[in-house]
Design a protein around this ligand. Structure first.
Ligand SMILES: *[C@@H]1O[C@H](CO)[C@@H](O)[C@H](O)[C@H]1NC(C)=O
Ligand SMILES: *[C@@H]1O[C@H](CO)[C@@H](O)[C@H](O)[C@H]1NC(C)=O
Ligand SMILES: *[C@@H]1O[C@H](CO)[C@@H](O)[C@H](O)[C@H]1NC(C)=O
Ligand SMILES: *[C@@H]1O[C@H](CO)[C@@H](O)[C@H](O)[C@H]1NC(C)=O
Ligand SMILES: *[C@@H]1O[C@H](CO)[C@@H](O)[C@H](O)[C@H]1NC(C)=O
Length: 465
């Protein structure tokens, strides 16, 4: 990592609250006014005001960036990019903000799907706290699936990684705004579509490693050492069943180590579901959610598709130090779909005893139950106060776009929390073109800390971005 002067800025903010309740409040109108439609695709600070902005894709043909604003509605649509300025008028499939050229201004990577079902990548360069909408770059290779944005060579500049036309995995560097392609891995790998790849620290050396799901739903881990990736067997337990969703890595049981969480369908049509956990280095899968029955109704995950993969959205909504999750479940005897909160609670079943924790579904969360046909739910700190709020997307009859619902979490905890922002900080003063130096989202950082709880016990915790 010595080639560049690296300056990681970490901000620690401490807050104290009082009570211990969960109440949600619909704040959609305060946030978006009448503009609450589209697919929420990404978050990031585009204009360096230290407030998170929201990236929304509408009808697969327009990217709208809602900038945070001190006056209601708190997110205003300010930057628009329509796909008719791009060759081929292809549908927009995803967006990933990041500083791809390392000039400390947020750029935006946008992908479109070509007629031949390949993924084209366009980069719009950040300029003076907005985007240069006219001057985009198209990468001169296409990918077989959504690429993974990751800092492959450890220079704090995000790179673009994925399977290109030939059966080869390549990484594209853009540090001087010219695509430089390199073979990424020493042996060839066929990645699963939809991909479930992650860029996280697997061996606790504070350098992000690579986790891949390959064809036939097998797992591979590649450890980063001095910029080279070597295959290892840290998280390579054979999946417990065939039909698996997206992997997540999180410290589920509070021992300071990342665990592998995997939502699965137990059959081909997803009538029955579970969430499994594997600890690093172990081959054993332990179920941490297996009870999906609410009175007479059996709920189940929704079978993943490339556009809407089966994924857990993790966050600690009650600040107890253990990650909770938001998921969408389907009524297996009806057609209804709803978002549910999964709370991380002490295990009370022999099945999960070795982990000591499990998920419990909040069946009677009426504010989530009031949103029919939910398709996606995610945590988001709307008011930047350290309390995670929720965004839920739902499908309305006869509408092309999804409806966005914002729910404020009125949770007040008798707890401290630490908010850590890891930013590239590539320049701190004397930035090119006098840009405001603050830093941009950084893929892959890993933070670990130890605290003492109110009973005087040590507790390790970790978080990765
Ligand atoms: C940046 O934009 C602001 C207004 O948005 C303008 O006043 C300023 O002159 C611009 N700076 C440069 C270097 O273009
Ligand atoms: C892609 O563009 C770069 C920079 O212009 C060039 O060096 C490279 O040869 C191009 N690669 C392909 C496959 O066209
Ligand atoms: C990394 O890989 C490159 C190319 O294969 C090789 O030249 C270099 O010595 C390797 N570095 C280390 C530290 O293994
Ligand atoms: C926390 O992590 C440290 C360093 O890895 C280890 O020595 C200690 O036993 C851990 N404590 C707990 C409670 O897991
Ligand atoms: C699930 O669907 C069935 C059939 O439509 C319905 O009778 C039942 O009430 C639904 N369950 C819930 C909890 O909504």
């Amino acid at each position: 990592m010595g080639r560049f002067k690296i300056n990681v800025l970490a901000f620690l903010l401490l807050f104290v609250g009082k009570f211990n309740t969960l109440a949600l409040q619909d704040v959609t109108v305060d946030l978006f006014g009448a503009e609450n439609y589209g697919t929420v695709a990404a978050f990031g600070d585009l204009n360096s005001d230290k407030q998170t902005d929201i990236f929304i894709i509408r009808e697969q043909s327009e990217l709208v960036i809602f900038l945070a604003d001190p006056k209601a509605p708190y997110f205003k649509p300010k930057v628009h990019i329509t796909n008719d300025i791009l060759p081929g008028d292809n549908p927009i499939t995803s967006v990933v903000p990041g500083d791809y050229d390392g000039d400390s201004q947020m750029d935006v990577l946008l992908t479109t799907q070509t007629v031949a079902k390949m993924v084209s990548v366009y980069i719009f360069w950040g300029n003076n706290q907005t985007l240069d909408v006219g001057g985009w770059l198209k990468l001169n290779k296409t990918f077989k699936d959504q690429p993974l944005v990751m800092d492959f060579n450890g220079d704090m500049i995000p790179d673009i990684f994925g399977e290109t036309i030939q059966p080869s995995i390549e990484v594209c560097y853009l540090s001087n705004r010219n695509p430089l392609w390199q073979n990424a891995l020493t042996s060839s790998v066929s990645m699963r579509i939809p991909h479930s790849n992650a860029f996280i620290d697997l061996n606790k050396d504070f350098t992000a490693d690579l986790f891949l799901t390959t064809e036939g739903s097998k797992f591979e881990t590649w450890i980063s050492k001095d910029g080279n990736f070597t295959k290892s067997d840290i998280f390579t337990a054979e999946p417990p069943v065939k039909n698996v969703g997206q992997s997540s890595f999180v410290d589920f049981d509070g021992d300071g180590k990342q665990d592998h969480l995997l939502p699965v369908c137990l059959d081909d049509t997803c009538q029955r579901s579970a969430i499994y956990l594997a600890k690093s280095g172990l081959k054993e899968w332990v179920p941490v959610l297996f009870e999906f029955q609410q009175r007479d109704t059996v709920w189940s995950f929704v079978q993943g598709t490339p556009n809407q993969p089966l994924a857990l959205h993790l966050g600690d909504y009650n600040l107890d130090g253990f990650p909770d999750a938001l998921v969408v479940l389907r009524n297996t005897s009806g057609s209804g779909q709803q978002a549910f909160l999964l709370e991380n609670v002490p295990c009370n079943d022999p099945k999960c005893q070795s982990i000591g924790r499990m998920f419990h579904i909040h069946w009677d969360q009426s504010d989530l139950g009031a949103i029919p046909n939910a398709v996606m739910a995610t945590f988001f700190d709307i008011y930047e106060d350290g309390i995670l709020d929720m965004l839920v997307l739902s499908q309305a009859e006869g509408k092309k776009d999804l409806i966005i619902h914002a729910l404020k979490n009125n949770f007040e905890a008798d707890a401290y929390f630490v908010k850590v922002m890891v930013l590239s900080g590539l320049c701190s003063n004397d930035c090119p073109d006098d840009v405001k130096p603050f830093g941009v989202n950084q893929p892959g950082p890993y933070v670990m800390y130890t605290t003492v709880d109110s009973n005087g016990y040590m507790k390790n915790a970790s978080e990765s971005g």
